[in-house]
Ligand binder design. Sequence first.
Ligand code: ADP
Length: 305
Amino acid sequence: MATNKLVVLGSINADHILNLEQFPRPGETVIGKNYTVAFGGKGANQAVAAGRSGANIDFVACVGEDDIGQRIRKQLAADNIGVGSVEASPGTTTGVALIFVNRDGENVIAIDPGANAALTPDYLARYEKKIIDASVLLMQLESPLETVIAAAKLAKLHQTQVILNPAPARELPDPLLALVDTITPNETEAERLTGVAINDDASAARAAQILHGKGIPTVLITLGSRGVWLSRQGHGKLIPGFKVDAVDTIAAGDTFNGALVTALLEGEDMDKAVRFAHAAAAIAVTRSGAQPSIPWRQEIDAFLQ
Ligand code: ADP
């Protein structure tokens, strides 16, 4: 249906981050520093990027029956997000990511999906109308795959555009890919989906062709600081990003996706929407953390002036 409404369906995590000199070996205890809890999860990050950049958005997600779940829900509402469809799932804890960062800036991450596993097709069924009434549905892959498939089918049936950020990287069934209007993998995710290692424009174009062959009209492969490879109707081109001093690229892709959708819903053409998303993501990489780094609309507009 043609409204300007966005639905994001996806994950919510509390990221527990600890800085270490070196990762511990099995059986070893090490002392860390700068322990922080930041709100994350790809679904929530993308919802925040869309909300702060000005989209009219509802988020379909689950938190646990715990204090942090309530705090996250409040914060999402403050980020301009409709949270009527973010429920506390009985008997669950909010999803957590335990993140160690070493002195070289490398990280190791372990996740307990917790309440994210309660985002089942039955849960989705309670909020079908939101997807039916929306113009765009944005999803990632930190939610049960059967729910992602059910939501994509519903969207397709009601002319709601399906945008899939296929992260984290995994293979996907062809029937799901055939329901997707726009896909936004990074290089690793594109390689996982197509078997093509992306190292230049030609390989990006080859991977995009394979994704077109699965029935996806628009392919956007994000290439980190290089920008994105945009491919549609058999025609591909590089749209370079902005040059900034990157501090940490956590949530770069999430910010890109959320801001991209905001611009598309405002009626911008794809080139302009990508430029807007590049600006939002460029600002995000100049700051640390996931959600703390995601910019508000005024900052993006100022950056683009
Ligand atoms: P992901 O975070 O999913 O791995 P990418 O690393 O491909 O995704 O980055 C997504 C987008 O974020 C890029 O297309 C670009 O707009 C922006 N970006 C990422 N890294 C940088 C950087 N170092 N400088 C400027 N923009 C960046």
